[in-house]
Design a protein around this ligand. Structure first.
Ligand code: SAH
Length: 381
């Protein structure tokens, strides 16, 4: 059954236009903020506990802060999350929330409940500047990076909304946008997800997915130890240039080198490779053999993603038969391979279906209209 509910717009406390949003800081950032105003750095952990563990947003109730500090925070700061304006619940229990940002755009966040865990799929940008041809977000174009507060605010707002109905145990940065093109804000938000004084998720339960922004992958390896997923989708530069155009800038050999570097972070660490199954495009058994060869020198797992269609999408999903053959070939070659279960399809909450509401500044949507009118051969349906 599909339940669809429009939440009554609550009336949030008016936020002063120049108020500093404390959700924009991870612990290090907060400590620097407090030191900058002549306070001790440990105020940062006190504040994180109030916000994320006690759910207190009223500075007057933060009783272990001095009265003058509380008054200062009240005057100059705020704790503001994007507002949930729409909630949809799929027949399989997947929930999609549409969140309104201050600039009037909307992003989407998805909660996927499973028996032993609850995964939140978080957006990092309003739209996406990349132009992966099989992804619906790409067609929306791009507006701007989300702030740290808007990213961690998705986790905060989702957990509040869920209450006892579900617990977020895992976060995947696989919603709208390319997280590594919003590096600093995404890293600060992931630090908060893993901070013991905030959400306290283990680093294995926070995953960042990238289309392959190679220089940022190296930076990430240096500063933030989270699980890495790479959207591979093709085993030749020729095809990947078409499906994931950032490949023209950072081709497969450079991408694989960055993955090997990341895998060195710990013994037995693996990189997950996502591979969308597109009928007649990248799903031949030659492609599967190519995948085995490509990943020979990278400690890898593979996640096959059945293609999720969206309006005007130029592709079809591979048959179940072909997906299973592909999977068996890879598993037989010794690479742990799973097929991603499609969740939340009836509310357009599956991979690549998140669209939000994006005031496009990149004119990307115009390019997609042009592609649609002038489809190359392999786009023909
Ligand atoms: N920009 C990041 C994260 C966002 S998408 C990235 O590219 O990794 C999360 C995953 O969903 C990516 O692997 C993406 O390639 C995949 N995806 C996008 N559109 C899809 C679609 N229509 N069907 C199935 N998977 C899709």
């Amino acid at each position: 059954m599909l339940i669809f509910s429009l939440l009554k717009k609550s009336v949030p406390e008016p936020v002063k236009p120049n108020a500093i949003n404390l959700l924009d800081f991870d612990r290090k950032g907060l400590a620097a903020f407090f030191v900058g105003m002549g306070e001790k750095p440990f105020r940062a952990t006190q504040l994180l506990k109030w916000i994320y563990q006690e759910g207190i947003e009223d500075f007057d109730l933060m009783t272990n802060l001095s009265k003058p500090l509380r008054a200062y925070l009240k005057e100059h700061c705020c704790i503001a999350t994007p507002e949930i304006v729409l909630e949809q619940i799929a027949s399989d229990g997947t929930r999609k929330w549409v969140l309104q940002t201050r600039c009037g755009n909307r992003v989407e966040t998805v909660f996927i409940p499973e028996e032993s865990r609850g995964t939140l799929c978080v957006s990092s940008q309003i739209g996406c500047a990349l132009a992966c041809t099989f992804c619906s977000t790409a067609q929306q174009g791009f507006n701007r990076n989300l702030t740290t507060a808007e990213i961690i605010g998705q986790v905060y707002a989702a957990q509040n909304r869920l209450g006892n109905a579900g617990k977020i145990t895992n976060v995947v940065m696989m919603g709208m946008g390319e997280p590594l093109l919003n590096f600093d804000n995404v890293v600060a938000a992931m630090n908060l997800m893993m901070d013991d004084f905030s959400f306290g998720l283990s680093k294995r339960r926070v995953t960042i997915s990238t289309s392959g922004v190679v220089p940022a992958m190296y930076r990430l390896t240096e500063v933030c130890d989270v699980s890495l997923a790479v959207s591979l989708h093709a085993v030749t530069d020729e095809l990947r240039d078409q499906l994931v155009p950032i490949n023209k800038k950072y081709p497969l050999n450079e991408l694989m080198e960055a993955c090997r570097e990341n895998a060195k972070l710990a013994p037995r660490r693996t990189v997950t490779f996502e591979y969308v199954m597109l009928d007649g495009i990248n799903d031949s058994l030659t492609d599967a053999h190519g995948l085995v060869k490509l990943l020979e020198t990278v400690p890898a797992k593979i996640n096959l993603i059945p293609f999720n269609p969206f309006p005007n999408s130029p592709y079809r999903c591979s048959s179940n038969n072909r997906i299973n053959q592909f999977k068996t070939l890879l598993n037989d070659a010794g690479i742990v391979t799973t097929v991603r279960k499609t969740r939340g399809e009836d509310i357009d909450a599956a991979c690549g279906q998140l669209v939000g509401q994006v005031q496009d500044k990149s004119r990307r949507h115009l390019k997609f209209q042009a592609i649609d009118q002038n489809k190359p051969d392999h786009f023909a349906s």
